[in-house]
Design a protein around this ligand. Structure first.
Ligand code: DGL
Length: 271
């Protein structure tokens, strides 16, 4: 049993989308979340910069004595998990890519045509393609597309209007048609927030969401390390490096709470 919190982090609001899934399945768990909203997006930055930011996030979580670290960000999962594990060997760390690939490996075969939507850095890392092939070499039809305009729009709260529909069509219409995609991986946690428009535009396509699937990996680690929380009085705390209105609104929306009921704080990392 371990009543400490789980540390979640992302470049911004995307990682928040994993938290309702976690709390639904593990209602006794509590989180410290950090969204690096002042420096989002990470996905168009170089690996070197993403890794530096990742270390700052890891140090922040370590200082707060979290029991586990969850990189609720595909971009960090693709480029920075190794350095976190090296620096904090005593803390279990999970990313979001491997759990999503587990689902693909479990459910798909040589027939399926899998599309990976992700940031530039995640696509460039080839992490999805390599991980899926490692888990199930028979899966050969894997296609990737980088969608760098999604994250800035989503951070602005543009998730359900003509601008986002047009942007989705811009990136996906040809990609979906030419590659005859039947399974689409939301390989960026922000994209969970535009899942509905994607489903509306491409009905019948199966969606695998990295935001959702990470919960199985968290559950497994909690069990393996005997870290499940008992009923405890710890509260969820949400930090951002810039307290944007959308960050606050998204927490209210995802947790179904009023601002007065939430602990939301500003914290700069780069000082
Ligand atoms: N949510 C992050 C991810 O899953 C967004 C990356 C970004 O900031 O570009 O990759």
């Amino acid at each position: 049993m371990d009543d400490r919190r789980i540390g979640f982090f992302d470049s911004g609001i995307g990682g928040l989308t994993s938290i309702p899934y976690l709390l639904k399945q593990y209602p006794d768990e509590h989180v410290i979340f950090f969204g690096d909203t002042a420096r989002t997006p990470y996905g168009s930055k170089s690996d070197h910069v993403i890794q530096r930011f990742t270390m700052e996030l890891g140090n922040f979580m370590h200082e707060r004595n979290v029991k586990m670290m969850v990189a609720a960000c595909n971009t960090i999962s693709a480029t920075g998990l190794g350095i976190l594990r090296e620096k904090y060997p005593e803390i279990p760390v999970t990313g979001v890519i491997e759990p999503a690939c587990d689902v693909i490996a479990r459910d798909c075969g040589s027939e399926e045509r899998i599309g990976i939507l992700a940031t530039k850095a995640t696509v460039a890392s080839n992490a999805y393609v390599d991980t899926i092939r490692e888990k199930k070499p028979g899966i050969t039809n894997i296609f990737q597309v980088a969608c760098p305009a999604f994250v800035p729009l989503i951070e602005e709260g543009i998730i359900d209007n003509n601008i986002i529909y047009d942007t989705i069509r811009y990136y996906l219409d040809d990609f979906m048609r030419e590659n005859r995609i039947d399974t689409l991986v939301l390989g960026c946690t922000h994209y969970q927030l535009i899942r509905k428009p994607i489903e509306k535009l491409y009905p019948g396509v199966r969606i695998v969401s990295s935001s959702e699937e990470v919960v199985s990996s968290i559950g497994k680690l909690l069990g393996e390390h005997d870290m499940l929380a008992g009923k405890n009085s710890e509260e969820n705390v949400f930090y951002a490096s810039d307290l944007s209105e959308n960050f606050v609104n998204m927490i209210k929306l995802l947790l179904g709470k009023e601002q007065e009921e939430l602990d939301i704080r500003f914290k700069s990392l780069d000082i």
